[in-house]
Write a protein that binds this ligand. Structure first.
Ligand code: SAH
Length: 251
């Protein structure tokens, strides 16, 4: 794919992820899953986190694995300094991440992740790395995440955040490029998530979704956005809307 540039510094990780995808290195996969531990969010964050989890449950996010991943990933590390205060980080609203982009609210991340129905052996493609928070949440739940970002600075920063946490996930591969054309090298994907609003359901991504696969994305129709769940089964594609949305648009 000529329009997709993988930064050289990611080559090493890329090779490891490729091995996971091909199922060539079961030992390495097992080890990486054992390493799947984020630093515990500081105690000062705890009551806010409990409130947040209660709030997510009351809004219909009840999947224990998803809630567990939300608990583990320290959202404050993925936002800019001025927003690193408890009420903002765990207050469940979108926040700016620079370049006119935003990190989605935790509810939106949790809802979309739940709708994806990710299993631990899944290979997941994300379009719109942004801060890296959604990729970090997904990385807790599946075998490998390929995350594509159009803005180079954001992709590099997201990777650096994961490294700084000493929790750089051996199952996350960062790609810089146009995610609407997917990343055919590692297709098919079990799950695909798009975290910026699309005017339609991108055909290349439907093609790269495996049989029985699920894609979750915000789509704008008639001036309003909805989170859609796309299921590919027996060669047919079913689409249903699950919630209204308010995302930045794909660029
Ligand atoms: N998932 C992110 C939030 C995404 S905001 C998080 O957890 O923080 C949407 C992101 O999609 C932005 O970073 C934007 O630059 C990126 N984006 C927009 N259009 C894109 C495209 N065509 N391909 C890849 N990334 C794109």
């Amino acid at each position: 794919m000529t329009s997709t540039v993988i930064a050289n510094i990611f080559d090493c990780m890329f090779a490891k992820s490729a091995a996971f995808c091909a199922g060539k290195d079961a030992q390495a996969t097992k080890q990486s899953l054992q390493l799947n531990q984020w630093p515990v969010v500081g105690c000062y964050m705890k009551s806010g986190m409990d409130r947040l989890i209660g709030n997510l449950e009351s809004k219909g996010v009840t999947d224990g694995n998803v809630l567990g991943a939300v608990r583990k990933v320290p959202r404050e590390q993925f936002v800019e300094h001025p927003f690193r205060v408890r009420d903002l980080c765990y207050g469940d609203s979108p926040l700016p991440i620079g370049h006119n982009q935003t990190i989605s609210s935790i509810y939106t991340v949790a809802l979309m992740t739940q709708a994806l129905g990710v299993c631990k052996d899944h290979k997941v493609l994300e379009v719109g790395t942004g801060s890296g928070y959604q990729a970090a949440v997904l990385s807790q739940l599946c075998a490998s995440v390929f995350t594509i970002e159009r803005i180079r600075d954001l992709s590099l920063k997201a990777r650096s955040v994961m490294e700084s946490l000493n929790a750089y996930r051996h199952n996350v591969t960062f790609i810089i490029g146009d995610g609407t054309i997917g990343f055919s090298e590692y297709a098919p994907y079990d799950r695909i998530i798009i975290t910026a609003c699309s005017p339609d359901i991108p055909a290349p991504l439907v093609n790269q979704l495996g049989e029985g696969g699920i894609m979750v994305l915000p789509v704008e129709r008639g001036g309003s956005q909805n989170i859609c769940v796309v299921e590919k089964k027996n060669g047919t594609v079913n689409v249903k809307d699950i919630a209204p949305a308010n995302f930045v648009k794909l660029i």
